[in-house]
Design a protein around this ligand. Structure first.
Ligand code: SF4
Length: 250
């Protein structure tokens, strides 16, 4: 029976067995996806790769599920070469199953970094820039895993600029039951009560947004009262003021 070494531990492995079995017999975990003990191994997913060195030969990376033990084999299950080959294998699988949570969870368990889960967000950062440069709030940021996330401290004012400018619709704005909710993925960025237009009564904006507008624009010297009109009523009113001025001039 060939004697092999796995991560420095000697073990005897029957000739008709596979290295993966010897690895598992030592309680060492390697990821597997295409492997099933009741079926003939085929080594197609390649996430179970290990580094194999035979006396007098260069080390190679091979799927352990189809690797037969040979006398003097030295196996490394988590070397740098293994990690690189395993990452390539996981990434290749993602091309076929880009939204597979199973693949992401397995990769994470074995410290293989695959980048963020596809979520319609193309990481253009328009939302982050708009919230900071146009709205002046800075409620969004990128996290360590390259995901757009709300920053701590509930800064969102519910203006909807991020959702309106998002080129792929990854950020959504929903007005329902008197509440405005801003989402990315299934995560809530902000949720706020909507206030009514003083002319038509339609729920149209959040209080925090209106306060922000008042704060940024300041009081107009010719406006004695502050009214809160939706864009449609504001336009109608402004058209009426313009036409009344024209009439006076005549
Ligand atoms: S809705 Fe919130 S996160 Fe989006 S731009 Fe406005 S303040 Fe920023």
């Amino acid at each position: 029976m060939p004697q092999i070494t796995i991560n420095g531990t000697p073990v005897e492995a029957p000739e008709d067995s596979y290295v993966l079995e010897a690895i598992e017999s030592l309680g060492i975990e390697v990821p597997t996806l295409c492997h099933h003990p009741a079926l003939t191994p085929v080594g197609v997913c390649k996430v179970c790769v290990v580094e194999v060195a035979l006396p007098g030969k260069k080390p190679r990376v091979r799927p352990s599920c189809i690797l037969k033990p040979k006398e003097g084999m030295d196996i490394q299950t988590h070397s740098e070469r293994v990690q690189k080959a395993r990452t390539r294998a996981f990434r290749k699988l993602l091309r076929y199953a880009p939204e597979s949570e199973k693949i992401y969870h397995l990769a994470e368990k074995f410290n293989v970094h695959l980048g963020p889960v596809p979520d319609d967000c193309i990481r253009c950062q328009i939302c982050i820039r708009a919230c900071s440069e146009i709205v002046g709030v800075g409620a969004l940021a990128m996290d360590d895993l390259d995901n757009v996330v709300p920053v701590a401290g509930d800064k969102c004012i519910g203006c909807g600029t991020c959702a309106n400018l998002c080129p792929t619709g990854a950020i959504r704005m929903e007005d329902k039951d008197g509440l405005r909710t801003i989402y990315i993925r299934d995560e809530i960025i902000g949720r706020h009560a909507l206030v009514k237009c003083e002319a038509c009564g339609r729920l149209f904006a959040t209080q925090k947004f209106l306060d922000r507008v008042a704060e940024r624009t300041g009081e107009h010297p010719h406006v004695k009262e502050s009214h809160r009109y939706c864009p449609t009523c504001a336009k109608l009113l402004s058209d009426r003021v313009k036409s009344s001025k024209k009439i006076k001039r005549m």
